[in-house]
Design a protein around this ligand. Structure first.
Ligand code: SF4
Length: 364
Protein backbone atom coordinates (compact mmCIF):
# COMPACT_ATOMS: atom_id res chain seq x y z
CA UNK A 1 0.00 0.00 0.00
CA UNK A 2 1.35 3.44 -0.92
CA UNK A 3 2.01 5.89 1.88
CA UNK A 4 0.61 9.41 1.98
CA UNK A 5 2.81 11.98 0.20
CA UNK A 6 5.91 12.77 2.23
CA UNK A 7 6.77 16.40 1.54
CA UNK A 8 9.05 18.71 3.58
CA UNK A 9 6.65 21.60 4.17
CA UNK A 10 9.55 24.04 4.67
CA UNK A 11 10.52 23.42 1.06
CA UNK A 12 7.25 22.73 -0.73
CA UNK A 13 3.53 22.81 -0.16
CA UNK A 14 1.79 19.45 -0.32
CA UNK A 15 -0.79 21.10 -2.49
CA UNK A 16 -1.33 24.33 -4.36
CA UNK A 17 -4.87 25.53 -4.90
CA UNK A 18 -5.12 27.69 -8.01
CA UNK A 19 -8.23 29.81 -8.50
CA UNK A 20 -8.22 29.59 -12.29
CA UNK A 21 -11.17 32.00 -12.47
CA UNK A 22 -13.42 33.80 -10.01
CA UNK A 23 -16.41 33.72 -12.36
CA UNK A 24 -19.32 31.59 -11.18
CA UNK A 25 -23.08 31.49 -11.76
CA UNK A 26 -23.72 30.60 -8.11
CA UNK A 27 -23.75 33.05 -5.21
CA UNK A 28 -22.85 30.76 -2.32
CA UNK A 29 -23.39 32.35 1.07
CA UNK A 30 -20.04 31.16 2.46
CA UNK A 31 -17.99 32.06 -0.64
CA UNK A 32 -14.44 33.10 0.29
CA UNK A 33 -13.96 34.58 -3.16
CA UNK A 34 -17.23 36.55 -3.35
CA UNK A 35 -17.34 35.10 -6.85
CA UNK A 36 -18.42 37.30 -9.75
CA UNK A 37 -20.54 36.58 -12.82
CA UNK A 38 -17.94 37.46 -15.51
CA UNK A 39 -14.35 36.36 -16.03
CA UNK A 40 -11.68 38.88 -15.12
CA UNK A 41 -9.54 39.87 -18.14
CA UNK A 42 -6.54 39.78 -15.81
CA UNK A 43 -6.79 36.02 -15.19
CA UNK A 44 -3.64 34.03 -15.81
CA UNK A 45 -3.61 32.88 -19.44
CA UNK A 46 -3.22 29.31 -20.62
CA UNK A 47 0.50 29.86 -21.24
CA UNK A 48 1.01 31.53 -17.88
CA UNK A 49 -0.93 28.70 -16.28
CA UNK A 50 1.25 26.06 -17.90
CA UNK A 51 4.35 27.86 -16.66
CA UNK A 52 2.85 28.05 -13.19
CA UNK A 53 2.24 24.30 -13.25
CA UNK A 54 5.87 23.74 -14.28
CA UNK A 55 7.02 25.95 -11.39
CA UNK A 56 4.81 24.06 -8.94
CA UNK A 57 6.22 20.73 -10.12
CA UNK A 58 9.80 22.06 -9.93
CA UNK A 59 9.17 23.21 -6.35
CA UNK A 60 8.44 19.57 -5.40
CA UNK A 61 4.69 19.92 -4.88
CA UNK A 62 2.78 16.80 -5.93
CA UNK A 63 -0.84 18.06 -6.00
CA UNK A 64 -2.66 20.94 -7.67
CA UNK A 65 -6.38 21.67 -7.38
CA UNK A 66 -8.06 23.98 -9.88
CA UNK A 67 -10.74 25.90 -8.02
CA UNK A 68 -12.90 28.94 -8.69
CA UNK A 69 -15.32 30.54 -8.99
CA UNK A 70 -16.38 27.75 -11.29
CA UNK A 71 -13.48 26.12 -13.18
CA UNK A 72 -15.97 25.14 -15.92
CA UNK A 73 -16.11 28.82 -16.88
CA UNK A 74 -12.72 28.30 -18.54
CA UNK A 75 -12.77 26.45 -21.85
CA UNK A 76 -9.09 25.60 -21.44
CA UNK A 77 -9.61 23.74 -18.15
CA UNK A 78 -8.95 20.41 -19.88
CA UNK A 79 -5.75 21.76 -21.47
CA UNK A 80 -4.52 22.81 -18.04
CA UNK A 81 -5.38 19.40 -16.56
CA UNK A 82 -3.67 17.67 -19.45
CA UNK A 83 -0.52 19.76 -19.06
CA UNK A 84 -0.42 19.13 -15.30
CA UNK A 85 -0.73 15.40 -15.87
CA UNK A 86 1.92 15.41 -18.59
CA UNK A 87 4.50 16.78 -16.13
CA UNK A 88 3.62 14.33 -13.37
CA UNK A 89 1.29 16.30 -11.10
CA UNK A 90 -1.83 14.92 -9.46
CA UNK A 91 -4.70 17.15 -10.48
CA UNK A 92 -8.13 17.76 -9.00
CA UNK A 93 -10.84 20.25 -9.82
CA UNK A 94 -14.06 21.53 -8.21
CA UNK A 95 -16.81 22.25 -10.77
CA UNK A 96 -19.92 24.13 -9.64
CA UNK A 97 -23.45 22.75 -9.99
CA UNK A 98 -24.63 24.98 -12.84
CA UNK A 99 -25.90 24.33 -16.40
CA UNK A 100 -22.25 24.36 -17.54
CA UNK A 101 -21.93 20.99 -15.84
CA UNK A 102 -22.84 18.54 -18.62
CA UNK A 103 -22.03 14.91 -19.33
CA UNK A 104 -19.96 16.00 -22.35
CA UNK A 105 -17.85 18.31 -20.17
CA UNK A 106 -17.36 15.66 -17.51
CA UNK A 107 -16.32 13.21 -20.21
CA UNK A 108 -13.84 15.69 -21.59
CA UNK A 109 -12.41 16.30 -18.10
CA UNK A 110 -12.03 12.55 -17.67
CA UNK A 111 -10.25 12.32 -21.03
CA UNK A 112 -7.85 15.06 -19.97
CA UNK A 113 -6.60 12.72 -17.22
CA UNK A 114 -7.96 14.35 -14.03
CA UNK A 115 -7.24 12.40 -10.84
CA UNK A 116 -10.21 13.54 -8.76
CA UNK A 117 -13.27 15.76 -9.12
CA UNK A 118 -14.92 17.45 -6.14
CA UNK A 119 -18.47 18.72 -5.81
CA UNK A 120 -19.81 20.84 -2.97
CA UNK A 121 -22.87 19.61 -1.09
CA UNK A 122 -23.86 21.41 2.11
CA UNK A 123 -27.22 19.86 2.92
CA UNK A 124 -28.99 16.56 2.39
CA UNK A 125 -32.09 18.29 1.01
CA UNK A 126 -32.38 20.32 -2.18
CA UNK A 127 -34.15 23.34 -0.64
CA UNK A 128 -31.48 23.86 2.01
CA UNK A 129 -28.58 23.38 -0.41
CA UNK A 130 -30.10 25.66 -3.05
CA UNK A 131 -30.84 28.33 -0.43
CA UNK A 132 -27.18 28.21 0.61
CA UNK A 133 -25.97 28.41 -3.01
CA UNK A 134 -28.71 30.99 -3.76
CA UNK A 135 -29.61 29.34 -7.09
CA UNK A 136 -32.57 26.93 -7.46
CA UNK A 137 -31.68 23.67 -9.18
CA UNK A 138 -28.05 23.68 -8.10
CA UNK A 139 -28.51 20.64 -5.83
CA UNK A 140 -29.98 18.48 -8.62
CA UNK A 141 -27.22 19.50 -11.02
CA UNK A 142 -24.56 18.75 -8.41
CA UNK A 143 -25.94 15.28 -7.68
CA UNK A 144 -26.11 14.63 -11.40
CA UNK A 145 -22.47 15.66 -11.78
CA UNK A 146 -21.46 13.39 -8.90
CA UNK A 147 -23.26 10.45 -10.52
CA UNK A 148 -21.60 11.16 -13.87
CA UNK A 149 -18.25 11.05 -12.08
CA UNK A 150 -19.18 7.54 -10.94
CA UNK A 151 -20.26 6.48 -14.44
CA UNK A 152 -17.03 7.83 -15.88
CA UNK A 153 -14.94 6.21 -13.15
CA UNK A 154 -13.53 9.52 -11.91
CA UNK A 155 -12.67 9.37 -8.18
CA UNK A 156 -15.24 11.56 -6.45
CA UNK A 157 -14.71 14.00 -3.61
CA UNK A 158 -17.54 15.80 -1.82
CA UNK A 159 -16.87 19.08 -0.01
CA UNK A 160 -19.14 20.26 2.79
CA UNK A 161 -18.99 23.47 4.81
CA UNK A 162 -20.36 23.23 8.34
CA UNK A 163 -21.86 26.34 9.92
CA UNK A 164 -24.83 27.18 12.16
CA UNK A 165 -27.32 26.28 9.43
CA UNK A 166 -26.41 22.60 8.94
CA UNK A 167 -25.05 21.39 12.29
CA UNK A 168 -27.62 18.60 12.51
CA UNK A 169 -26.80 17.23 9.06
CA UNK A 170 -23.65 15.20 9.77
CA UNK A 171 -25.30 11.77 9.66
CA UNK A 172 -27.61 12.51 6.73
CA UNK A 173 -24.77 14.03 4.73
CA UNK A 174 -22.46 11.09 5.50
CA UNK A 175 -25.14 8.72 4.18
CA UNK A 176 -25.52 10.78 1.02
CA UNK A 177 -21.74 10.94 0.55
CA UNK A 178 -21.57 7.14 0.85
CA UNK A 179 -24.50 6.63 -1.57
CA UNK A 180 -22.69 8.68 -4.20
CA UNK A 181 -19.67 6.36 -4.11
CA UNK A 182 -17.38 9.09 -2.77
CA UNK A 183 -13.74 8.29 -2.01
CA UNK A 184 -12.97 11.49 -0.06
CA UNK A 185 -15.24 13.67 2.09
CA UNK A 186 -13.60 17.03 2.77
CA UNK A 187 -15.34 18.71 5.69
CA UNK A 188 -14.73 22.45 6.03
CA UNK A 189 -15.55 24.62 8.99
CA UNK A 190 -16.59 28.14 8.10
CA UNK A 191 -13.89 30.82 8.04
CA UNK A 192 -15.60 34.21 8.16
CA UNK A 193 -14.10 35.83 5.06
CA UNK A 194 -15.67 37.11 1.83
CA UNK A 195 -19.43 36.49 1.80
CA UNK A 196 -18.86 34.00 4.63
CA UNK A 197 -18.27 36.91 7.02
CA UNK A 198 -22.09 37.36 7.06
CA UNK A 199 -22.67 33.74 8.16
CA UNK A 200 -22.49 32.34 11.68
CA UNK A 201 -19.92 29.60 12.12
CA UNK A 202 -19.86 26.79 14.69
CA UNK A 203 -18.97 27.47 18.31
CA UNK A 204 -16.06 25.59 19.91
CA UNK A 205 -18.50 23.17 21.57
CA UNK A 206 -20.42 22.56 18.34
CA UNK A 207 -17.17 21.87 16.49
CA UNK A 208 -16.16 19.39 19.17
CA UNK A 209 -19.50 17.63 18.80
CA UNK A 210 -19.09 17.36 15.04
CA UNK A 211 -15.50 16.12 15.56
CA UNK A 212 -16.87 13.30 17.72
CA UNK A 213 -19.37 12.33 15.05
CA UNK A 214 -16.74 12.46 12.30
CA UNK A 215 -14.26 10.42 14.33
CA UNK A 216 -16.90 7.74 14.96
CA UNK A 217 -17.86 7.75 11.28
CA UNK A 218 -14.22 7.50 10.17
CA UNK A 219 -13.98 4.00 11.63
CA UNK A 220 -16.70 2.60 9.41
CA UNK A 221 -17.16 4.77 6.32
CA UNK A 222 -15.90 3.48 2.97
CA UNK A 223 -14.47 6.95 2.22
CA UNK A 224 -11.67 9.05 3.72
CA UNK A 225 -12.78 11.96 5.91
CA UNK A 226 -10.52 15.00 5.84
CA UNK A 227 -11.20 18.03 8.00
CA UNK A 228 -10.15 21.45 6.69
CA UNK A 229 -9.86 24.70 8.65
CA UNK A 230 -10.28 22.87 11.94
CA UNK A 231 -6.77 21.66 12.65
CA UNK A 232 -7.86 20.91 16.21
CA UNK A 233 -9.68 17.84 14.85
CA UNK A 234 -6.21 16.26 15.04
CA UNK A 235 -6.04 17.11 18.74
CA UNK A 236 -9.52 15.63 19.19
CA UNK A 237 -8.47 12.39 17.45
CA UNK A 238 -5.25 12.17 19.46
CA UNK A 239 -7.19 12.59 22.68
CA UNK A 240 -9.75 9.96 21.63
CA UNK A 241 -7.01 7.51 20.71
CA UNK A 242 -5.15 8.09 23.98
CA UNK A 243 -8.37 7.45 25.83
CA UNK A 244 -9.06 4.27 23.83
CA UNK A 245 -5.51 3.00 24.45
CA UNK A 246 -5.92 3.52 28.18
CA UNK A 247 -9.27 1.69 28.13
CA UNK A 248 -7.81 -1.22 26.17
CA UNK A 249 -4.60 -1.47 28.17
CA UNK A 250 -5.71 -4.59 30.04
CA UNK A 251 -7.61 -6.21 27.19
CA UNK A 252 -6.70 -8.21 24.09
CA UNK A 253 -5.51 -5.89 21.28
CA UNK A 254 -8.13 -5.06 18.70
CA UNK A 255 -7.10 -4.35 15.13
CA UNK A 256 -8.64 -1.10 13.93
CA UNK A 257 -8.61 0.03 10.32
CA UNK A 258 -8.87 3.80 10.02
CA UNK A 259 -10.79 4.94 6.97
CA UNK A 260 -7.80 6.93 5.74
CA UNK A 261 -6.02 3.67 4.90
CA UNK A 262 -8.78 2.54 2.57
CA UNK A 263 -8.15 4.95 -0.27
CA UNK A 264 -4.37 5.35 -0.30
CA UNK A 265 -4.49 7.29 -3.55
CA UNK A 266 -7.17 9.79 -2.52
CA UNK A 267 -5.83 13.20 -3.42
CA UNK A 268 -4.81 15.46 -0.52
CA UNK A 269 -3.85 12.86 2.08
CA UNK A 270 -1.14 13.94 4.49
CA UNK A 271 0.32 12.48 7.66
CA UNK A 272 1.19 16.00 8.89
CA UNK A 273 -1.04 18.92 9.71
CA UNK A 274 -1.59 21.22 6.73
CA UNK A 275 -2.21 24.87 7.46
CA UNK A 276 -2.08 28.21 5.66
CA UNK A 277 1.45 28.65 4.28
CA UNK A 278 2.48 25.37 5.86
CA UNK A 279 2.11 22.60 3.29
CA UNK A 280 -0.42 24.79 1.51
CA UNK A 281 -0.33 27.71 -0.90
CA UNK A 282 -3.04 29.58 -2.80
CA UNK A 283 -2.76 31.33 -6.16
CA UNK A 284 -5.62 33.66 -7.03
CA UNK A 285 -7.07 34.28 -10.48
CA UNK A 286 -4.53 36.97 -11.38
CA UNK A 287 -1.51 35.11 -10.00
CA UNK A 288 -1.33 36.59 -6.50
CA UNK A 289 0.43 34.24 -4.08
CA UNK A 290 -1.19 33.87 -0.64
CA UNK A 291 -0.77 31.43 2.28
CA UNK A 292 -4.40 30.34 1.78
CA UNK A 293 -7.58 31.44 0.06
CA UNK A 294 -8.90 32.19 3.56
CA UNK A 295 -5.69 33.96 4.61
CA UNK A 296 -5.45 36.09 1.51
CA UNK A 297 -2.49 38.31 2.35
CA UNK A 298 -0.74 38.80 -0.98
CA UNK A 299 2.97 37.99 -0.72
CA UNK A 300 3.91 38.09 -4.41
CA UNK A 301 2.60 37.39 -7.88
CA UNK A 302 3.50 34.56 -10.22
CA UNK A 303 3.92 37.09 -13.04
CA UNK A 304 6.69 38.91 -11.19
CA UNK A 305 7.95 36.63 -8.43
CA UNK A 306 9.34 33.12 -8.11
CA UNK A 307 6.67 31.00 -6.44
CA UNK A 308 9.36 28.84 -4.90
CA UNK A 309 11.14 31.85 -3.37
CA UNK A 310 7.92 33.29 -1.97
CA UNK A 311 6.89 29.97 -0.41
CA UNK A 312 10.34 29.24 1.05
CA UNK A 313 11.60 32.73 1.98
CA UNK A 314 8.76 35.20 2.44
CA UNK A 315 8.61 36.25 6.09
CA UNK A 316 4.91 35.48 6.59
CA UNK A 317 5.20 32.05 4.95
CA UNK A 318 8.32 31.21 7.01
CA UNK A 319 6.69 32.37 10.25
CA UNK A 320 3.50 30.41 9.57
CA UNK A 321 5.65 27.27 9.71
CA UNK A 322 7.03 28.15 13.14
CA UNK A 323 4.74 26.96 15.98
CA UNK A 324 6.87 28.88 18.52
CA UNK A 325 5.32 32.09 17.20
CA UNK A 326 1.77 31.08 18.10
CA UNK A 327 0.06 33.23 20.72
CA UNK A 328 -2.59 32.78 23.39
CA UNK A 329 -3.70 29.30 24.26
CA UNK A 330 -2.30 27.88 21.00
CA UNK A 331 1.12 29.20 22.08
CA UNK A 332 0.78 27.44 25.44
CA UNK A 333 -0.71 24.24 24.04
CA UNK A 334 0.97 20.83 24.06
CA UNK A 335 -0.58 20.23 20.61
CA UNK A 336 0.77 23.37 18.97
CA UNK A 337 3.17 21.49 16.67
CA UNK A 338 0.63 18.86 15.65
CA UNK A 339 -2.43 21.14 15.51
CA UNK A 340 -1.65 24.84 15.69
CA UNK A 341 -5.26 25.92 15.17
CA UNK A 342 -6.59 27.44 11.96
CA UNK A 343 -4.26 30.29 11.06
CA UNK A 344 -6.87 31.49 8.57
CA UNK A 345 -9.62 31.71 11.18
CA UNK A 346 -7.27 33.48 13.60
CA UNK A 347 -6.49 35.99 10.84
CA UNK A 348 -10.17 36.43 9.90
CA UNK A 349 -11.42 36.79 13.48
CA UNK A 350 -8.51 38.46 15.31
CA UNK A 351 -6.74 40.13 12.36
CA UNK A 352 -3.58 38.31 13.47
CA UNK A 353 -2.47 35.10 11.76
CA UNK A 354 -0.59 34.04 14.93
CA UNK A 355 -3.41 34.60 17.43
CA UNK A 356 -5.10 31.66 19.10
CA UNK A 357 -7.68 29.59 17.27
CA UNK A 358 -10.93 31.34 18.28
CA UNK A 359 -13.01 28.14 18.45
CA UNK A 360 -11.13 25.49 20.42
CA UNK A 361 -12.49 24.16 23.72
CA UNK A 362 -9.10 23.87 25.40
CA UNK A 363 -8.59 26.15 28.41
CA UNK A 364 -12.32 26.75 28.71
S1 SF4 B 1 -5.32 25.42 21.76
FE1 SF4 B 1 -4.71 25.78 19.62
S2 SF4 B 1 -3.01 24.33 19.27
FE2 SF4 B 1 -4.10 23.62 21.11
S3 SF4 B 1 -5.59 22.15 20.37
FE3 SF4 B 1 -6.64 24.14 20.47
S4 SF4 B 1 -6.42 24.99 18.41
FE4 SF4 B 1 -4.91 23.33 18.61
Amino acid sequence: MKKAFDVDFHQSPLLVIWEITRACALACRHCRASAIDKRDPGELTLQEGKQLLNDIRDMGTPIVVFTGGDPLQRDDLEKLIHHGKSIGLRIGTIPAGTPRLTYARMHSIKESGVDQVAFSIDASRAEAHDAFRQVPGSYALTLQGARWAGELDIPLQINTVFHQGNLDEVTALAELVADLGTVFWEVFFLVPTGRGSQLKGCTAEEMEDIFSQLYALSKTTPFVIKVTEAQHYRRHVMQQEQHARRSLANREPVEEVHASSRHPHAIGRSSKVVNAGNGFCFIDQTGNICPSGFLSEIRGNTRTHSLQEVYRQDELFVNLRNPRLLKGKCGRCEYKATCGGSRSRAWAVHGDAFAEEPFCILER
